[in-house]
Design a protein around this ligand. Structure first.
Ligand SMILES: Cc1cc2nc3c(=O)[nH]c(=O)nc-3n(C[C@H](O)[C@H](O)[C@H](O)COP(=O)(O)O)c2cc1C
Length: 156
């Protein structure tokens, strides 16, 4: 699937799934292809062969990745694959009422992906559940900036 954006979803209560669906919709509107993959059964192998990814993840516990994202995150940390052919965008969900650990799961993914050589496309969208803006609305606006650039990379 080298010509499609893969949207990886780490979630506990489903907000991030809505965000992923909005992102998929926007990518299709922009003329691209995108598939949504829940992180549940994934490990670092999903990045083998490179490509363009959109990582969508919320934060739980005390700055932790959601339970369904643990296997993927831990596999990246342990296996340390070379991700130099990976390009990714990042949508990180959190709540600023958790001031010490706001959006930390997204930050964890960003740090490990960069450490392994992956290159981020665009700025991270950090969504704050206390902002009064629905996460899928924030994602919709952000995607209008991100999608065209990501699809250009996919086309190369
Ligand atoms: C028990 C619990 C712990 C949380 N811990 C954090 C946290 O440490 N940092 C943060 O930014 N958000 C935290 N949040 C907020 C969630 O990340 C936020 O509500 C997000 O929109 C949930 O997305 P999801 O439905 O996709 O899991 C926590 C929420 C709950 C219920």
């Amino acid at each position: 699937m080298g010509d499609s954006v893969r949207i990886l979803v780490g979630t506990t209560t489903g907000n991030t799934q809505y965000v992923a669906e909005e992102a998929q919709f926007q990518l299709k509107e922009a003329g691209g292809a995108a598939e949504i993959l829940p992180m549940d059964e994934l490990d670092a192998g999903v990045f083998a062969g490179g490509g363009t990814f959109l990582v969508c993840v919320s934060t739980y516990g005390y700055g932790d990745v959601p339970a369904n994202a643990k296997k993927l995150y831990e596999s990246l940390v342990k296996d340390k694959p070379d991700l130099s052919t990976v390009r990714y965008g990042l949508i990180s969900l959190g709540d600023s009422s958790h001031a010490q650990t706001f959006c930390f799961a997204g930050r964890r993914f960003d740090q490990i992906l960069q450490k392994l050589g992956a290159r981020r496309l665009g700025e991270v969208l950090n969504h704050d559940a206390s902002s009064g803006v629905m996460p899928e609305e924030a994602a919709s606006s952000w995607m209008q900036g991100w999608a065209p650039g990501a699809l250009e990379v996919v086309a190369v």
